[in-house]
Design a protein around this ligand. Structure first.
Ligand code: TTP
Ligand code: MG
Ligand code: MG
Length: 450
């Protein structure tokens, strides 16, 4: 496939992904009119993906009888529309509209109360699929994220534009909802593009056309220009981005302070913000509820060791490390105790997590019986900053090296290949009644957080 030359007529079919080298109206292979062409199509790699009428789409997926009906998700405590499907939108229903108004506009609408847990789960499923495309995924809310696909051509054996189109077909088939894609060279225009032809849109804004594209657009298209700021600009008779393009930076700064700098750059399609991968996971932990209560170290320590290894494994997989070790215990009478200790340097090593956890645990072994034990790390950061060679504690450095060797063996031969003295033969690993997973990052809209 010739995906290197960026000739304007090159493109592909969004339904069957077949390359199109002639300017035709329909795909030669499947007949679909959904063809995508753009001179910069195979060069651009920064994308914004946003699901279409997200909550409503999930409800329609789960009840096919709703497919061709106007559906409104809302009601609940605040009595406003959370989202309306596109059929209801044709009738004038909008997000945040009071429900009585929405029903005036569209009396035949079917109103469904939001099921946040379900939407959050679908949001996580979508995000996980995104992470299979690139580690550079930055979730913005429950239904949208930025993705930087730079350098992924070799992994996927196709350019980012095609990877994205394939992703959308997978989303429709496997998750059962639709989304729109914006592809550009910067975050600002990728986001603008994804909003451009909803639903099931795929818009491309290239570098060469950015200035011309932005010229006639309203100032509200600029990130951070809300109603209040727009009316301030309106007082100065500024309505379009084109007008901002004619003003210099000093003038904009004089009139609008720090916002002036943003107006200057974004109006010219210049946005240097990088896609930063998701790092809002608060902590990574693992816990076990026993099938009987335990109070002595012989029983508790091997479990602590096994859980520390699990936490370390997850940290290593996510390329993260944590500075605070947190021990959690639940007593036989269901009281929860958490104890934590901050380390000098962030760690991702099972050995350090275990050693710190053990110090904390020793103080709690006093005849009390526990039904649950957990260990985790918080204050997460990049793995690069973790576990610097410890000049004072040579032993600990040696143990770190040994652990890395153990990891390599485990990767090669499986988890059970290497047992430490603490867990060997204790058999606790296979026995947890319930095991807690790491905390999920909060990808809800700010207004959904409490
Ligand atoms: P959006 O992506 O803003 O909207 P949407 O997915 O419903 O529609 P679009 O096709 O235009 O992207 O928000 C995602 C979800 O967040 C939405 O389905 C419901 C929720 N939401 C609210 O609860 N209240 C609101 O005011 C908005 C805008 C969204
Ligand atoms: Mg959306
Ligand atoms: Mg959204």
């Amino acid at each position: 496939m010739d995906t290197q030359t960026n000739t304007p007529e090159h493109g592909f079919c969004r339904d069957c992904l077949t390359p199109q080298t002639d300017v035709v109206r329909r795909c030669a292979r499947c007949g679909s009119p959904r063809l995508l062409r753009h001179p910069e199509l195979y060069r651009l790699h920064l994308a914004h993906i946003d699901c279409d009428a997200f909550y409503a789409a999930v409800e329609k997926r789960d009840n096919p009888a709703l497919k061709d009906k106007p559906v409104i998700i809302g009601g609940g405590k605040r009595g406003v529309v959370s989202t309306a499907c596109y059929i209801a939108r044709i009738n004038g229903v909008r997000s945040a509209m009071p429900m009585f108004k929405a029903l005036e506009a569209c009396p035949q609408a079917i109103v469904i109360k939001p099921n946040m847990e379900k939407y959050a789960q679908v949001g996580r499923d979508v995000r996980q699929m995104m992470q299979e495309l690139t580690p550079q995924v930055e979730p913005i809310s429950i239904d949208e994220a930025f993705l930087d696909l730079a350098g992924t051509q070799r992994l996927h054996n196709m350019p980012p534009a095609l990877v994205l189109a394939r992703f959308i077909t997978r989303l429709e088939k496997e998750i059962g909802i639709t989304a729109s894609v914006g592809l550009s060279y910067c975050k600002f225009l990728a986001k603008v593009a994804s909003d451009f032809r909803k639903p099931r849109g795929f818009s491309v804004i290239g570098e060469a056309e950015a200035l011309e594209f932005l010229k006639p657009q309203p100032v509200t298209m600029i990130w951070g220009v809300g109603k209040a700021f727009a009316s301030m600009l309106e007082r100065d008779a500024i309505r379009t981005i084109g007008q901002l393009q004619t003003m210099n930076q000093a003038e904009l700064m004089r009139n609008y302070g720090s916002m002036g700098i943003r107006l200057y750059h974004l109006s010219r399609g210049s946005d240097a913000r990088q896609v930063t991968r998701e790092r809002d996971t608060k902590s990574i932990s693992a816990e076990t509820t026993f099938d009987q209560d335990f109070g002595n170290s012989d029983d508790l320590v091997p479990v602590l060791r096994a859980l520390s290894e699990k936490v370390s494994e997850r940290l290593k997989k996510a390329d993260l490390a944590g500075r605070t070790v947190v021990l959690k215990l639940k007593t036989a009478d269901f009281k929860t105790r958490t104890r934590n200790r901050q380390l000098n340097d962030p760690t991702r090593l099972a050995d350090r997590i275990f050693a710190t956890g053990l110090e904390l645990l020793r103080k709690e072994i006093n005849g009390t019986k526990y039904r649950l034990l957990g260990i985790g790390v918080a204050d997460l950061c990049d793995a690069e900053k973790a576990d610097p060679p410890d000049l004072v504690d040579i032993q600990s450095h040696k143990r770190a090296l040994a652990e890395e060797a153990m990891d390599r063996l485990r990767n090669k031969f499986g988890r059970a290949a290497v047992e430490t003295g603490y867990t060997f033969g204790k058999g606790h690993r296979g026995k947890p009644v319930r095991t807690g997973e790491e905390q999920e990052p909060d990808i809800r809209h700010p207004w959904e957080r409490n």
